[in-house]
Ligand binder design. Structure first.
Ligand code: ZN
Length: 250
């Protein structure tokens, strides 16, 4: 399985509090995490690389793309956003994280603004976020302790302008009183998409063992579903095997 992690890695992330939280960038932390999956090849890509590190070769061979971005959404090449969206329709899995909801590929796949309530602003230090499971049978919620509290996260709030999700896995409730759909799934074409709201770059959310488990579950879930050969070809194949056996018996 090939997992590609795209992290915008803006200079704001390369220094200061974000760099202390994620030395070398949060793509490095996520690469170490997803490296635990069996038979996995991990690649990372950042926005400053040519075509943002997302060449046709990389995207065509990616099974699941994990995406974090925040400050350079407008600077992302439209051609790359289009290619990411097309690959999802063809079956590539995608896991969008936190402010990655505002990225061109996510908005293209949703067809809405993906904006959250602009009147809710994070104070210094963020707020607690209590996460409730809304879909306990879902594989992404496997092992999740209902009502789990992250001590510091940036509050997001409804209305969150996304289409009605296929499944709402988590609801997030913040210390300041705001609430948001914090984990949602969508199917687009042959591809599966998961969005996870927690993950502001200055809080150690992706070092949290419970969130790490959610991320691993999400990548496993988003892995493309492999279909068998079309039935018509199968029956042709059976006929040709039968005729070979018949010839052999003769
Ligand atoms: Zn944030």
């Amino acid at each position: 399985m090939n997992v590609t992690i795209f992290n915008e890695y803006h200079p704001n992330e390369q220094s200061g509090k974000a760099a202390k939280t994620y030395p070398g960038g949060l793509h490095k932390t996520l690469a170490e995490l997803f490296g635990q999956l069996p038979d996995v090849q991990i690649r990372t890509a950042t926005q400053e690389e040519p075509v943002h590190g997302l060449t046709d070769e990389v995207l065509d061979s990616t099974d699941v793309l994990v995406w974090w971005s925040k400050d350079w959404h407008n600077e992302l090449l439209g051609s790359v956003a289009d290619k990411v969206a097309s690959r999802v329709l063809e079956g590539m899995g995608a896991v969008f994280l936190h402010s990655g909801k505002n990225s061109k590929p996510f908005r293209k796949l949703m067809g809405t603004t993906c904006a959250t309530n602009p009147n809710v602003r994070a104070g210094e230090g963020g707020e607690t976020e209590k996460l409730y499971v809304c879909c306990p049978s879902h594989p992404i919620a496997e092992g999740f302790p209902n009502g789990y509290v992250l001590p510091n996260e940036e509050p997001y709030c409804e209305y969150f302008d996304i289409p009605e999700p296929d499944e709402t896995i988590f609801m997030g409730w913040f210390g300041g009183g705001s609430a948001v759909r914090a984990g949602v799934t969508f199917r687009r074409g042959a591809g599966k998409i998961f969005y996870l709201q927690p993950g502001h770059e200055t809080y150690p959310v992706y070092h949290d063992e419970v969130i790490k488990r959610v991320l691993l579950n999400a990548v496993r879930w988003a892995t493309p579903t492999r279909l068998a050969a079309p039935a018509e070809n199968l029956s042709k194949a059976k006929t040709s095997i039968k005729s070979k056996i018949f010839k052999f018996l003769k």
